[in-house]
Ligand binder design. Sequence first.
Ligand code: ADP
Ligand code: MG
Length: 238
Amino acid sequence: MLAEWEKLAREAAAKNEPYENYLLRLTEAEVTTRSANALSARIRAAGFPVIKDFDTFDFAAIPSLPKQKVLDLTRGQWVEQHSNCCLIGNAGTGKTHVAIALGLAICRLGERVRFVTAASLVTQLEEAQQQHRLDRLLGQLDRLDLLIIDELGYLSFSRSGAELLFQVFADRYERRSVLVTSNLAFSEWGSVFQGDRMTAALLDRLTHRCDIFEMNGESYRFRESMKTKKEKDPKKRK
Ligand code: ADP
Ligand code: MG
């Protein structure tokens, strides 16, 4: 308001506008700025590794992914209903890209989101436990409407790490949403979590109410680099 009042007052005076209009315009400017600031703060707090949105995602490159169903998730009902989402598929198929784009959409709806890799989350949990501040970290995670756990399956965890991660999933069950990306089919999750009982209990909670998307296909990265190579060296083209 401080930044805008003089300019708006001059405009209002020039147009001979009533006080009410001036006050409305000034308040509108304040509200718009505040919500823009709040949105950028939420996006910063989410900790996305890069910003990727659906406008740069080519759904034609991954026909196994149902475009409309994915875009429906940007409207956020699933987060309101505390259900989950899983993106499962081999490397380079756009899982992280879609996870970030969905996270951004949920930030725009005013929800609190955090993006973290599975490995980093487990390290954070283990460190917090050693430093006797696990409750505080779990409390922080609990306040998030959506926790995005990327790259589950690339590294396996220690027994205690797996148990801590299990606790996060169990705490969120039916209360808060989780989005998980993984290169592993569910049948292989036992290798990450060690122990079939814990894996079964975790999958039971995670998939109870969950949109599951299989993203298997050719690696987008690989295809792009092949394209560039061919463009640079057209003689090699068949
Ligand atoms: P994954 O997490 O499945 O290994 P990424 O999401 O990291 O894959 O994708 C690898 C790279 O390719 C990223 O730069 C991503 O933006 C890009 N990419 C993947 N799929 C697509 C797509 N369908 N359209 C546009 N870019 C894509
Ligand atoms: Mg990824």
